[in-house]
Write a protein that binds this ligand. Structure first.
Ligand code: SIN
Ligand code: MN
Length: 199
């Protein structure tokens, strides 16, 4: 059963320990083929997360701005989205189109993600599904327009979050992670997987 906060559905502990370990092994295979890179915003600001993608397209940002593109910045294609990750999408949003991109964000202990909307996708009627692995993250949920009161919750390893419907354009971000709260990964840090229909 999911709980709901401001239209975001949260499936606490949806993935058990074995499923999480298998998924991390799949993520490592993707990262070996399409290495994590350090994104920079259009204004030249370094983001604190490291990222890569799987799927037909991947989200990138550099001095030319935000976009989805068919190739990794290193020139290689993005690897396919692992079945273990697709299975989560099919379980929580079975009515949606298939995702064509899975963003992989790596949070080192000091990394964070400012409040933002996910709005670079062509069809905003399709949901976004986000999977947390590794250390806990303090996740902040705002409103569909910038500003106003916000609400925070801790996302833990194995939690799955769905942003869809009226909440598809709700602002969200990660204030901080809590290093050492999970033993899933070899080192302190957090992986977030974000599945989307981009094209
Ligand atoms: C994101 O919104 O891009 C990432 C969210 C998260 O790390 O939980
Ligand atoms: Mn987002």
């Amino acid at each position: 059963m999911a709980r709901e906060i401001r239209g975001f559905r949260i499936f606490d502990g949806m993935l058990g320990a074995t499923a999480q370990r298998d998924m991390v092994a799949d993520v490592r295979r993707v990262v070996r083929a399409a290495p994590l890179f350090a994104p920079v915003t259009a204004r030249g600001q370094a983001m604190s997360v490291r990222m890569t993608s799987a799927g037909a397209r991947g989200w990138v940002t550099d001095r030319r701005g935000y976009r989805y593109q068919a190739m990794h910045p290193g020139g290689m294609p993005w690897p396919p989205i692992p079945d273990s990750i697709l299975a989560v999408w099919n379980a929580v949003v079975p009515q949606a189109r298939s995702p064509d991109t899975c963003l992989i964000n790596w949070y080192a202990p000091a990394a964070r993600m400012g409040l933002h909307q996910d709005r670079d996708e062509a069809d905003l009627t399709q949901p976004v599904v986000s999977i947390s692995l590794g250390d806990d993250a303090l996740f902040r949920i705002g409103n569909t327009e910038r500003g106003g009161r916000t609400e925070s919750l801790w996302l833990r390893s194995g939690d799955v979050l769905v942003m869809g419907g009226a909440a598809r354009l709700t602002y969200h971000g990660v204030d901080r992670i809590a290093p050492g709260t999970s033993t899933l990964l070899d080192a302190p840090g957090r992986i977030n997987l974000t599945l989307r229909v981009a094209g």
